[in-house]
Design a protein around this ligand. Structure first.
Ligand code: NAP
Length: 462
């Protein structure tokens, strides 16, 4: 039996499942719900009981202003045609076939949940880990809350000079009192208070002109009380291959700032952040399975076929004694059963957001955010990117001129979850968790004390 209403009307809304509740998922939902020409209902799924993805689990606790976007996402979540299904994992609790049977379109907003490897010996030694583990740990992410970080050591190497490298360097060197009132996980604050770390060496494989951090972030580190930002003047030379890069105002600001910083020398503060450029780790060295040093090779730049300055080893090595290595060389996606995946790129293969498999578009399935383009850009970058995918979804809908099948019924989804014994958390459930976390925070003199285990969260909301 077929429903005669066309899809996207009050009688038969366009039913969209958004998988993932980080920025890209919320921008897609917002864009769909705001449409004047179509009536859309959005069901958003997340494997965690809590929404907001990296805004909750990635953004550093001392950068609270960045989290203001949560208010915007909450506004979208309170739309009458929006539902949140937290604690529901695609590929485990539900399958892609469940979604295709109940929704007209699926949007994968699953981000990049893993880290890139460097592919050098010693990467798996104890004391060497992805910076994202450390980020998830201090942010109380259930996947990462049980990692152990031995901060009795004095020296840490951070590989990479991107935004994440700056976040972990700052958290490692900042006075813990400065973050005590934030939403940092209680156990992390305790470990940081007992930290013995005196030096963080940050390793950039290319030159100062190619550093990926922003001028604001590096200045923030230089201005940390009790910390000197130290550079070797020999490292702040901009070679001729990098001159074009300086047309970018931020890169130019970085170079000017770092040049001035290098002239200040060692400084007198107890803690040091040492920035090194044109060096690549070639081995992480250990004794008894634990990191004791990182061996680096001096690089030189060359232009690749596209004219981009790239690093290559010069055959000159140096060994830096360190007790921990945080690899901050980028994120990559993880495959989800039933969803196409590009192993090498670590993303869901797509053409302008339309998911593809073997080069052919998979009808009704779309990707947004890092799952679509890889780990680049700031939170706001995802807005335009998600809107662009939504435009394709609407274009496809017009072309297919789909008529609704009665069985294509998202209203039945809660019953399906109940039947399978999946205990989902709706947006009211999240609000209750939010209230509980704030209360716990108040008692501890913090803006929030997160619940960091899924079982704890489910028990708290009863
Ligand atoms: P990123 O900005 O891409 O930086 C990765 C860094 O790792 C680069 O310096 C890169 O050097 C280096 N690298 C890559 N492979 C390497 C290797 N094999 N050996 C040595 N170095 C290597 O990535 P990210 O810091 O992980 O950040 C991910 C995204 O999140 C970015 O879009 C970032 O803007 C965003 N983010 C933003 C904020 C914020 O706004 N405060 C905070 C956190 C994250 P090359 O340049 O030579 O490739």
């Amino acid at each position: 039996m077929n429903d005669t209403h066309s899809v996207g009307t009050e009688m038969r809304p366009l039913r969209v499942a958004v998988v993932g509740s980080g920025p890209s998922g919320f921008y897609a939902a917002e864009s769909l719900l705001k449409r004047k020409d179509l009536t859309v209902s959005v069901d958003m799924f997340d494997r965690l009981p809590t929404p907001f993805g990296l805004v909750r689990g990635g953004v550093a606790p001392d950068h609270q202003k960045i989290k203001a976007v949560i208010a915007l996402y909450t506004r979208a979540a309170t739309h009458p045609r929006f539902r949140f299904f937290g604690n529901v994992k695609l590929g485990l609790d539900i399958q892609v076939t469940d979604l295709t049977a109940h929704y007209d379109q699926i949007v994968y907003a699953v981000g990049n949940e893993s880290d890139r490897q460097m592919g050098i010996p010693g990467e798996d030694l104890e004391g060497s880990c992805p910076a994202t583990n450390f980020v998830g740990w201090y942010n109380g992410h259930p996947d990462h809350r049980d990692h152990k970080f031995d901060l009795t050591i004095e020296r840490v190497a951070v590989v990479g000079v991107g935004n994440v490298a700056m976040d972990v360097t700052r958290i490692l060197t900042k006075d813990p009192d400065e973050v005590a009132g934030t939403d940092i996980a209680g156990y992390a604050l305790k470990t940081l208070r007992a930290s013995n770390v005196k030096e963080v060496i940050v390793l950039g494989r290319r030159g100062i002109a190619q550093a990926a951090f922003s001028p604001k972030e590096i200045k923030e580190i230089a201005e940390l009380p009790g910390v000197d930002l130290v550079l070797d003047p020999a490292d702040v030379v901009v070679d001729e291959l990098s001159e074009d890069t300086l047309a970018d105002a931020n890169k130019r600001k970085n170079v000017d700032f770092l040049t001035a910083q290098a002239a200040l020398g060692e400084g007198l503060q107890a803690r040091k952040v040492r920035l090194r450029f044109l060096v690549s780790p070639v081995e992480i060295v250990g004794v008894d399975g634990r990191v004791t040093a990182v061996k680096i090779e001096k690089n030189e730049l060359y232009r690749d076929d596209n004219g981009t300055p790239r690093p290559r080893g010069s055959g000159k090595y140096e060994t830096l004694p360190v007790g921990m290595v945080l690899r901050s060389v980028g994120y990559c996606g993880v495959p989800i059963p039933g969803v196409p995946f590009h192993e090498r790129w670590g993303i869901i293969p797509n053409e302008e957001g339309r998911v593809t498999e073997g080069g052919r578009v998979v009808a009704g399935q779309y990707a947004v955010g890092w799952a679509k383009r890889g780990p680049s850009g700031l939170i706001g970058t995802n807005r335009g990117d998600s809107v662009a995918t939504v435009d394709k979804m609407i274009e496809d809908l017009a072309e297919s001129n789909a008529a609704a099948a009665v069985g294509n019924e998202s209203e039945k989804f809660p019953a399906l979850l109940a039947e399978r014994g999946v205990r989902y958390v709706d947006f009211d459930g999240w609000r209750e968790l939010d209230r509980i976390e704030r209360e716990r925070g108040k008692a501890a003199g913090k803006i929030r004390e997160k619940l960091t285990r899924v079982e704890e969260m489910l028990a708290a909301i009863g």
